[in-house]
Structures are given as structure tokens and as C-alpha cells.
Design a protein around this ligand. Structure first.
Ligand SMILES: NC(=O)c1ccc[n+]([C@@H]2O[C@H](COP(=O)([O-])OP(=O)(O)OC[C@H]3O[C@@H](n4cnc5c(N)ncnc54)[C@H](O)[C@@H]3O)[C@@H](O)[C@H]2O)c1
Length: 311
């Protein structure tokens, strides 16, 4: 397997590290010549400063795109047209129509297209997903997410909904195993060019709900969620990966081995290319997340709920 890492910024450098560990990294591509050289030399692989030069000179099977959101659609289109399997960081595209086009293009070219909704690979989410599936603590009724951080200065092209809330939008759909019928949001901006705080409510059938609270104002890094089930409340932290279950009579802390979600995510991508895995994030799910992010922005601008009919 020959994999190329495109974009070696704040997050892409982690992908490069893991791809190199897994012994599949064959080249680095970054528009920033200095980064390109630094990571190419660090991992002793070929270096390219443009997608065109990469495609004309390197022989490879798959690529991980970790560039700013606004560039995803164009880069992914070029790669899929060249029949490469593609992993695109979240959100898959800036516009949901671009995501739908990519999905069709990938189907026509018979290549895999997936997106970096990494929390599905977080062991803390995995354990809650298993409880929900087995109904060990009854039915999942409500989800609450908090994702708070100091403002990331380098993110210029999108606000907090596209950058941050999308993780929780995907996790909510993953845990409920459903798509929401209605979206209502309040968002605003204090310091960023785009929105830097948002509260989003996703309404699922039977009055089930996910409340997503994100902001770039809190000086500390908070990433927590609660799952309210009919027989227990499960609370968890995406960072520590700890899970706590409170029932009427007891508090339980299940043993859960801490693992690096990015490693699990990339292993799943590589396994899927080899035809092994079924747990790849489907492109349709990534398109749904973008549609919900679009609806959340629209809802916050109009002050009304937005009803969606998602696939
Ligand atoms: N899954 C996660 O938890 C997670 C975390 C952080 C960021 N991300 C996502 O990763 C992506 C990148 O974020 P980041 O924080 O690393 O950004 P960044 O700005 O730190 O890095 C982007 C890199 O892409 C390069 N680049 C830009 N345009 C390019 C092009 N046309 N061709 C080749 N290289 C190009 C830049 O030179 C830079 O090195 C975003 O989509 C972001 O949403 C995901």
C-alpha cells in the first residue's frame, strides 16, 4: 500500500507520523515548500509542493487530504479522477453539493471516499455505542455535547460550526443510528471572522434530541458528552476517554483501554482499501453532516428551525 499525505499543518503532521509508523507513507505534498521539505526529510519520503506535480510523478494508491476545508473539494476531485482512494479531513467539503458530486465521482471511479469523523474511533464513543446497541442501560433518549477551546488563530476559512460542531453532529447521528428531522441553532461571533459560539439542537424522531454546545471563548480545552438513557446517565470525556455510568443505585466506571483514535481511524481506512473493514465513515454520512452544518448556520441567521429530509 502506498499512501500520500497532503497537508502537513497542525493536524496533517499527525497523519504523516502514523502513516509512517504503519509503513505506508510514500510522499508528502504541501503547498508550503518549507513544510514539504521538513516532513519529507523527517520521514525520508518524496516531496511535492503541488497536486499536479504529485499526480504526474508519484505512483500511489491512496491519499489523506488534510488541507483547509475550502480546498478539500478541488483536491479530492483531482485525486479521485486519477483513481486514488481518498480520505478527506472533516468537514468533507465546504458545500454539501460539492460532497454529493465527490460521492458520485468516487462511485464512478470505483474508489473509496471517506471523511475524518474521528470520534467514531474514540474508545469512549465506542463503549457508549456498544451500550446503546445492546440496550444495556435502556434506550438512548438525549445527548449533550460540550466542545470548548481557545480560538484557533490559523483557521480562517470557516467558523466553529464547520470546524468543531461537525464532530458532535456526526457522533450524535452515529450514536442514535439515525438522521435528525429538525435543526435549530443560535450562533454568533465575538472575536473570529465567522461564528465562534454555537448551540445547536438536533431533533430526532420520538422527541429524541442532541444538544451541541461549542465555543472558541473558553480558555481551557473541554470535550465532554453525556448520554441520557432510560436506565442510566453515561458521561464521558473525549480527551481522557473515561466513561462513568450512573444508575439509581450505583456508579460504575467501566475499564476501557485508552487508544489513539487517529491510529484506529487510519487503520480502518487502510483495511477498507484491502477490502477488510465495514466501519469506514460513509461519504453519505459526511454529506449529511455538512447539510446539518449548513442548516444550523441558516437557522441561526433566520431564527427559525430548519426541517431536513436526509438519506
Ligand atoms: N479530525 C480532527 O480532529 C481534526 C483536527 C484538526 C484539523 N482537522 C481538519 O484538518 C484540516 C487541516 O487543518 P489544520 O489545522 O491541519 O490546518 P493547517 O492550516 O495547520 O494546515 C493546512 C496545511 O495544508 C497546506 N495546504 C494548503 N493548501 C494546500 C494545497 N492546495 N495543496 C497542498 N497543501 C496545501 C498548508 O500549507 C498547511 O501546511 C481541516 O480540514 C481541519 O478541519 C481535523
Amino acid at each position: 500500500m502506498r499512501v500520500v499525505q497532503i497537508g502537513t499543518g497542525g493536524w496533517g503532521k499527525n497523519h504523516a507520523r502514523i502513516l509512517s509508523q504503519l509503513d505506508v507513507l510514500v510522499a508528502i505534498c504541501d503547498a508550503d515548500k518549507q513544510r514539504c521539505k521538513e516532513f519529507g526529510e523527517k520521514y525520508s519520503v518524496n516531496q511535492y509542493d503541488s497536486i499536479d506535480s504529485l499526480l504526474s510523478s508519484e505512483d500511489f494508491d491512496a491519499a489523506v487530504i488534510c488541507t483547509p476545508t475550502s480546498t478539500h473539494a478541488k483536491i479530492a476531485t483531482q485525486l479521485i479522477q486519477a483513481k486514488k482512494h481518498v480520505f478527506v479531513e472533516k468537514p468533507m467539503t465546504y458545500l454539501s453539493e460539492e460532497g454529493e458530486d465527490l460521492m458520485k465521482l468516487a462511485e464512478r471511479n470505483k474508489v473509496l471516499l471517506t471523511c475524518g469523523y474521528i470520534e467514531r474511533f474514540n474508545p469512549a464513543v465506542g463503549i457508549v455505542k456498544d451500550f446503546v446497541k445492546s440496550r444495556k442501560y435502556g434506550e438512548l433518549v438525549m445527548l449533550e455535547f460540550h466542545r470548548e477551546n481557545r480560538m484557533p488563530l490559523h483557521i480562517k476559512d470557516v467558523g466553529i460550526i464547520y470546524d468543531t460542531s461537525v464532530h458532535d453532529i456526526d457522533t450524535a447521528m452515529w450514536l442514535f443510528d439515525d438522521t435528525p428531522e429538525v435543526i435549530f441553532a443560535r450562533a454568533g461571533k465575538i472575536r473570529h471572522e465567522h461564528e465562534d459560539f454555537a448551540s445547536i439542537m438536533l431533533g430526532f424522531k420520538d422527541n429524541k434530541v442532541a444538544i451541541i454546545s461549542s465555543n472558541w471563548i473558553t480558555p481551557t480545552r473541554v470535550r465532554t458528552f453525556n448520554a441520557v438513557c432510560t436506565d442510566a446517565i453515561i458521561s464521558s470525556d473525549f480527551i481522557t476517554q473515561e466513561v462513568k455510568i450512573e444508575t439509581n443505585n450505583d456508579t460504575e466506571i467501566p475499564r476501557n483501554e485508552k487508544k489513539e483514535p487517529l491510529l484506529l481511524e487510519l487503520q480502518t481506512f487502510l483495511g477498507a482499501i484491502e477490502g477488510k473493514n465495514e466501519l469506514l465513515v460513509k461519504a453519505q454520512h459526511a454529506v449529511n453532516v455538512t447539510k446539518i452544518a449548513e442548516a444550523a448556520l441558516l437557522s441561526s441567521q433566520k431564527g427559525t428551525p430548519i426541517y431536513l429530509d436526509l438519506k
